[in-house]
Each structure stands twice: as structure tokens, then as C-alpha cells.
Design a protein around this ligand. Structure first.
Ligand code: GLN
Length: 187
């Protein structure tokens, strides 16, 4: 599993949240604690944050391990935020390896991160993918289960679901439909 960080609080440098803690995301990228699946989180990383006076988040993503990116170390030292979402990635087999697959995902004011995987990707996700509009499927940012889940959440947000409802419904659908691909919609 990847490792994720979500923060809401007083203005805090990204480095204080991510690099400085003994078991922060930086360290967890090469020496995660209590990780049951995978040994490292070296398949890229991403950080999204909200800056004062701007409703749209900023985002920085790379396909390389966090510890190799000196530019991020500098950025993290001088960038302060009150709301941050970040992840270091352990890619699910068969998914896109590039930066577009690294969390967090974003659209408008939203940031989204997903921990976990759809087993037997992509075959097991067929029924789930069929619940996404063809245009959204074609516009998927990366061939990865997380991007599909994010597109499904976004589809629900655009249909005026609350954020909580969208997340719960997509998580329920994903569990149900990917457990047994023979399940068809509506159930
Ligand atoms: N399945 C997602 C990916 O491949 C997240 C993986 C994870 O949580 N380890 O990026």
C-alpha cells in the first residue's frame, strides 16, 4: 500500500509535515513501518496543498522516489499551508508508472488520494468501468485503478452528490463490482 498524509491545521511548512518527522512520508518512501503489501513506496509521489486566498489547490507530482528529488526538498522547506494531501506510491502491478498515476488527483477545488488496489487489475475492473461515462473513461488521466476511482467520484460530484456520499458510493460499488466481475449494474 502506498502511504498518505492529510493535514488540516495552522500554517505549516510542507517539510515539517513530510520530511522532518521520523516516520514522515519521506522516510516511509524507503523504509515504511508496518507495511503489509510491498516493501517500499518508490514509484513516485505527489503533494497537493491549498495556498492562502486561492480556492484551487497547487500540486507537485513526480514519477521518481521522493528522496531523489532535491527540488521538492527546497520547495517543501519554504511552502506553507493549512491544508495538505500527499502520498508516496507503491504502484499496483499493471498500472501506468508515470507521474500522471501518482496521487493526489485534482479537479477544480478538489484533491483526491486513494490507498489500496483493485486486485487483478484491469480485468476485474470491467464492470466498474462500465459505470463511468465513455467520455470520462477516454479522458482518464492514467491507466490505474486510483484514476478510475477518482473519475467515478468526480462523476458523482458533478451529479451533485455530496463528497461523503460520492466516496461511500464509489467505495461500495468498487468493492461489490470488483469482487466478482460477473456482477452487472444495476444490482
Ligand atoms: N493502486 C494505486 C496505485 O497503483 C495505489 C497503490 C497503493 O495504495 N499501494 O497507485
Amino acid at each position: 500500500m502506498c502511504r498518505h498524509l492529510a493535514f488540516l491545521g495552522p500554517p505549516t511548512p510542507l517539510a515539517t509535515l513530510i520530511s522532518a518527522p521520523e516516520h514522515g512520508l519521506l522516510r516511509q518512501s524507503w523504509a515504511p513501518r508496518r507495511q503489509r503489501n510491498g516493501t517500499m513506496n518508490a514509484d513516485g509521489f505527489g503533494v497537493g496543498w491549498y495556498a492562502a486566498g486561492d480556492p484551487l489547490p497547487a500540486r507537485y507530482r513526480r514519477a521518481v522516489p521522493m528522496w531523489t528529488d532535491q527540488s521538492f526538498a527546497d520547495l517543501a522547506r519554504v511552502t506553507t499551508s493549512t491544508a495538505v494531501l500527499a502520498a508516496v506510491r507503491s504502484a499496483t502491478p499493471g498500472t501506468t508508472p508515470d507521474e500522471a498515476a501518482a496521487a493526489p488527483y485534482t479537479a477544480g477545488k478538489w484533491l483526491f488520494s486513494h490507498n489500496g488496489r483493485i486486485d487483478n487489475w484491469p480485468r476485474s475492473a470491467e464492470a466498474l468501468a462500465a459505470t463511468l461515462s465513455p467520455a470520462r473513461l477516454l479522458a482518464l488521466e492514467a491507466r490505474v485503478d486510483s484514476a478510475l476511482l477518482w473519475a467515478l467520484v468526480l462523476q458523482r460530484l458533478d451529479s451533485h452528490d455530496s463528497a461523503a456520499d460520492a466516496l461511500v458510493r464509489v467505495a461500495t460499488d468498487a468493492t461489490w463490482l470488483s469482487l466478482d466481475p460477473r456482477h452487472r449494474w444495476p444490482r
